[in-house]
Design a binder for this molecule. Sequence first.
Ligand code: FAD
Length: 295
Amino acid sequence: MGELMPKELVLANELMRDHTTFAVGGPADVLVLPRSVKEMSLAIRTARSLDLPLTVLGGGSNILVRDGGIRGVVIQLNQMRRVLSCHGTKIHASAGYMLKDVCQFAQQQGLTGIEFACGIPGTLGGAVFMNAGAYDGEMSRVVSRVRTVNSTGGVHTYSAPNLGFAYRQSRFQKSQEFVVEVELTLRRGDKEEIQATMDDLNQRRSSKQPLEMHSAGSTFKRPPGYFAGTLIDQTGLKGLSFGDAQVSTKHAGFVVNRGHASAHDVLQVIQEVQRRVELAHGVHLEPEVRIIGED
Ligand SMILES: Cc1cc2nc3c(=O)[nH]c(=O)nc-3n(C[C@H](O)[C@H](O)[C@H](O)COP(=O)(O)OP(=O)(O)OC[C@H]3O[C@@H](n4cnc5c(N)ncnc54)[C@H](O)[C@@H]3O)c2cc1C
């Protein structure tokens, strides 16, 4: 692989804390940062031929990597940014573009519908995988087609009805298929209004969320009929901490890393929050953050 891909894109024993917004996590045996589908397919083929486990990540903004790290090959797609184009009301973009860049591109084209996502700090591919959403918007409402590569290198295109979207769910959570390109279908809008909406949403986000600290966003999914942050706050858990991991004092729905938290610290906070909320309210909180790797 080293011969066909620049050395700086194939990293051995790379600490995942340097590649995730939580800034937590031990080493990946090998971390590959492909810039194209061709380079990604090469990494997949190499991992397969060596019988190594494969993990695919986007921006690492919804991930908690355990302290022992990840065995095998991790492919992080945030360098994969070959395609970004507009045809009428449709945008085609490589999976590695950050959502904020896709939203800004839509604004420049005078296209509305994806403003809700401008403050979600991940890639387009990760947002499709998670069916990310905010402020009454969700990826399921704007994604019309998705191109994937699977673990044997096969390419497939799915159209909207077959994407298995539900709250924070997509078909890709159950299959070994990786999102490489996305088609969004938006509507014509006014450029200034679109920008004003994004500015307003970003302002609302930074006034409520601890964006100045390391985190992976909302730690828990919204339980039916409740808000996780409200339940945690009502249970008196703001500020609860183990080591440097803490329930944010600004927004109880976020666990933050105050500096040097280990994954073990974060998991202790998560488990204690789950235990005490269940005791107080009889509601089980399911993590939204995806927990991967070895202890
Ligand atoms: C401050 C902050 C605020 C946030 N606010 C929100 C919010 O408002 N709404 C919201 O929904 N989320 C929010 N998040 C969480 C996170 O940004 C989203 O879940 C985002 O969509 C994750 O994208 P990512 O590229 O970082 O994916 P990663 O975290 O890298 O990966 C997440 C999952 O997606 C899979 N994956 C990633 N890319 C691909 C791909 N191309 N193909 C197949 N699988 C893939 C990974 O295997 C992993 O299981 C927030 C996070 C932070 C840190």
